[in-house]
Ligand binder design. Structure first.
Ligand SMILES: Nc1ncnc2c1ncn2[C@@H]1O[C@H](COP(=O)(O)OP(=O)(O)O)[C@@H](O)[C@H]1O
Ligand SMILES: [Mg+2]
Length: 330
């Protein structure tokens, strides 16, 4: 019911803005959302925003697309039919299907569709280590992080690399707060590192940012602009602020430094649509991770902003730019 009300609110808002000179009137597009679940809030909102802007919307389950690669060029078969004429795609690729999902996004790109997030940028952002390496090179704030090659007997040294206890140990492949451990003492840190390494699990070790007080900030970036931001506070006694772990979201106005960090991170990773997660610390914003398929539910409900509509506006701009440059190149 609450969700229906929100949807109605967005509908009412956009109806007022509708103009007979809208982009869709002149250039209606076929926009595909790549999503495995049409009932998710994000998928439904994107679908609604596309239709309300006057375009054709379709939902394609990327996990059951067949990719055909031959001399005539790349094509996609979906539910027994060849997909044609898709002007733009919105990839919503879950972390568990990154490999196949990004192969589908790449196929669409090669077929000439505009993708709101580039396939290679999705691959880059899915690897926490690779992302942090790139952000470090870009000079952006982050918790000091160490990575080693299962160093047997070197646990004590790794703990020292990040300034001792308390410290954070993270599984490279973790999401939604699962696989993030807080070790209160050096001894505990060493034995957790030993245990993960014993299981041949890749981890990063990080200084613990105490001043963040169990909260983090999510900045939603679309096309070089922060279109919405929220603060997530972890449940009582919880250092992880993930909404999936019981965190609560509220709207927040970002400082200039926080805005710059969010935009810098999205740019460094090559993402035009991104959810940038940061900790507030004594030395300014520290980036934790950058999400290439950020959820819309938490941010739209916390801020009341039509984020799905912002993504559709970006597609309109992106496709226009692409068409113009294609004409110019001829
Ligand atoms: N170095 C850190 N210092 C303090 N809190 C942290 C640190 N790293 C992570 N956290 C907390 O744990 C949560 C989950 O960590 P994150 O790196 O985002 O992993 P995940 O991909 O599982 O969400 C963060 O949102 C934050 O609240
Ligand atoms: Mg996170």
């Amino acid at each position: 019911m609450y969700q229906d009300l929100i949807l109605l609110k967005f509908t009412a808002k956009r109806k007022q803005k509708y103009s007979p000179f809208s982009f869709a009137k002149i250039n209606p597009m076929k926009i595909a959302i790549l999503s495995r679940n049409p009932n998710l809030y994000s998928t439904k909102r994107l679908h609604q925003a596309i239709v309300e802007a006057g375009h054709e919307a379709l939902i394609i389950n990327h996990s059951i697309c067949d990719l055909i690669i031959e001399q005539d060029g790349p094509s996609i078969i979906y539910k027994g039919e060849m997909i044609t004429g898709v002007d733009a795609i919105i990839p919503r690729i879950g972390a568990s299907v990154t490999f196949y999902g990004t192969a589908v996004v790449r196929q669409f790109e090669l077929m000439g569709s505009f993708s709101v997030v580039n396939s290679q940028a999705i691959v880059r952002s899915r690897d926490k280590l690779r992302s942090l390496q790139i952000l470090s090179k870009a000079g952006l704030g982050m918790p000091k992080t160490a990575f080693t090659n299962f160093s047997k007997g070197g646990e004590k040294q790794i703990v020292e690399h990040v300034g001792g206890a308390p410290l954070i140990i993270k599984l490279l492949e973790g999401t939604q707060g699962l696989g993030v451990v807080l070790a209160e003492t050096k001894k505990a840190g060493q034995s957790v590192i030993e245990a993960f390494h014993g299981l041949k699990a890749r981890i990063i070790v990080q200084e613990f940012i105490k001043e963040a007080k169990g909260a983090d900030i999510r900045a939603f970036v679309v096309n070089g602009k922060v279109v919405g931001a929220m603060k997530r506070q972890g449940a009582e006694g919880e250092f992880r602020s993930n909404l999936h772990r019981g965190g609560m979201a509220t709207v927040i106005k970002l400082s200039r430094a926080e805005k710059a960090a969010a935009l810098g991170a999205a740019k460094a990773l090559g993402l035009d649509v991104a959810g940038v997660d940061m900790l507030q610390s004594a030395r300014g914003p520290l980036i934790l991770e950058v999400n290439s398929s950020p959820g819309l539910e938490g941010i739209e409900k916390a801020t009341g902003i039509d984020i799905a509509g912002e993504i559709v506006k970006f597609i309109e701009l992106g496709v226009k730019k692409k068409t113009t440059s294609r004409v110019n190149n001829q």
